[in-house]
Design a protein around this ligand. Structure first.
Ligand code: GAL
Length: 473
């Protein structure tokens, strides 16, 4: 009898513990699902001085690269014989935006945007560690001047996944002592463009970069080393802090608004009430999202994957090095425990949602979730990227409408979002996936460089137009 009683209480405790754990995991970043049929996505409003723009990155649109870590990567073959870039694609002249930027600014004007986020090419500006290509700097000065003359505010990213090949050869961000080269480059760019540009992004998506370049080996230098992943991430945080301080000390630097860009991809359990799925999703989130968010809110960096890596670092001044936070949002991932840890850590598309061409799902509600989460840093937020790869252009219109509804809802609830940048203005070179993805508001024919506005882009144009007419408050 006594044994049965003990067993009974044990079962109760186990069940309660199970659900308490599930409750804990679910409440960290609760899943949000809306019934879009019941929502009027036209009911939106945004602040008067809102920044509307599109985003690009130098390597993906400019063309004309050489001596760069990605031009090197394009020539590599993996151990299993696959080319480093899908279909052996090489960036080549890309959108030829280096030469066609006046046309691209006209295309921006047609959209009605008032801002443009782009990155500057370190390998073009500093072809060797001790030389500066004045013509490259002049190019960016002219780009900024043309943007400003057209009422479009430039926002610059200093490091968007690519750097000179010489920097990779000396170990890139694997070595703390190399951070000085990034600081030197940033100073040069700020000196040339500081008078024209208010918003500066130091680094685009540090976690995506280290995950892709050092954990799964899909980006250069193509390594698979969890410990090095953590080292490079820690160095990128130090690099951000160093560049922030360096620019602030330059003439006019106090006026610069400097931030970093974090990609938030929610890591959800595949089966809501499976404890092991929840656990895997928790660890994926801990490293992909929370490691960086905690570093910027507490000054304590911790990157931990059981059995693989456990790196801690104190950067007490890091929380003071953000004037704004950039948020990139695309989708969420699902995790399913399948017995083997490695396989269980493979991100799956969330069940029951339509797929984008990238293989992850269409989940606009996630933008609202991501804003709520990043708002915990208590900094002004700019949505520095949000977009969809949709070559058939059948999903883009609704995706934009719904994402902009999610954005408006967050703003109406008091979240301090200052701008929204659609990824991307043009179809472009999608890193290891080459030219296989179509993110552009403008479709690009890469043989003729002809740009054509996609139907789905209308959702963006209409919303900006409505904001100009109705929204000012
Ligand atoms: C982001 C990245 C962009 C672009 C985009 C679309 O992670 O910052 O450069 O590639 O994804 O996948």
């Amino acid at each position: 009898m006594k044994f049965i009683k003990i067993l009974f209480y044990l079962v109760i405790v186990l069940i309660a513990g199970y659900f308490a754990a599930i409750f804990y995991f679910h409440s960290r970043d609760p899943l949000v699902k809306w019934d879009w049929k019941k929502i009027n996505t036209d009911k939106v409003c945004y602040p008067k001085d809102f920044l509307w723009g599109t985003a690009t990155a130098a390597y993906q649109v400019e063309g004309g690269f050489h001596n760069n870590n990605w031009t090197w990567w394009e020539k590599q073959t993996r151990a299993d014989g696959r080319p480093a870039i899908l279909n052996h694609d090489t960036c080549g002249r890309a959108d030829d935006d280096w030469n066609l930027y006046p046309l691209d600014i006209k295309l921006m004007k047609k959209l009605g945007v008032n801002s443009y986020r782009f990155s500057v090419a370190w390998s073009k500006i500093m072809p060797t560690p001790d030389s500066i290509n004045i013509m490259a700097l002049k190019h960016y000065q002219e780009l900024c001047d043309t943007l400003l003359a057209n009422g479009i505010e430039p926002i610059i990213t200093l490091f968007h996944f690519t750097y000179p090949f010489w920097f990779q050869q000396i170990g890139g961000f694997e070595k703390t002592e190399n951070i000085k080269y990034f600081v030197q480059f940033s100073r040069i760019v700020y000196k040339a463009l500081g008078g024209r540009v208010k918003y500066w992004v130091t680094i685009n998506e540090p976690v995506v970069l280290v995950y892709s370049a050092y954990f799964i080996g899909e980006y250069p230098p193509g390594k698979q080393d969890p410990k090095l992943t953590a080292v490079v991430l820690a160095n990128l945080l130090k690099a951000h802090q160093a560049v922030y301080n360096a620019i602030k000390q330059m003439p006019g630097g106090q006026e610069a608004k400097i931030g970093i860009v974090k990609n938030i991809m929610q890591m959800d359990p595949y089966r809501r009430y499976n404890l092991l799925d929840n656990l895997i999703a928790y660890f994926a989130d801990l490293n992909f999202n929370q490691s960086l968010l905690s570093a910027f809110s507490t000054g304590k960096f911790h990157f931990y994957m059981p059995g693989m890596v456990n790196k801690k670092m104190l950067l007490p001044d890091l929380p003071q090095t953000l004037d704004f936070i950039g948020l990139n949002y695309y989708s969420h991932n699902a995790f399913r425990f399948v017995g083997d840890l490695d396989k269980s850590l493979t991100a799956l598309p969330y069940p029951g949602e339509p797929l984008t061409d990238m293989g992850y799902t269409v989940y606009p509600e996630g933008l609202y979730r991501a804003i709520k989460r990043i708002a915990k840093l208590h900094k002004p937020i700019i949505i520095t990227e949000n977009g969809i790869a949709d070559s058939l252009d059948t999903q883009r219109y609704d995706f934009i409408k719904r994402s902009l509804y999610a954005l408006s809802k967050a703003i109406s609830e008091g979240y301090d979002v200052r701008g929204y940048f659609y990824w991307s203005l043009l179809d472009n070179f999608e890193w290891n996936l080459g030219y296989s993805q179509r993110f552009g508001l403008y479709k690009v024919n890469f043989k003729t460089e002809k740009r054509t506005l996609r139907k789905g882009a209308k959702a963006f144009v209409e919303t900006i137009d409505k904001w100009q007419r109705e929204c000012f408050r």
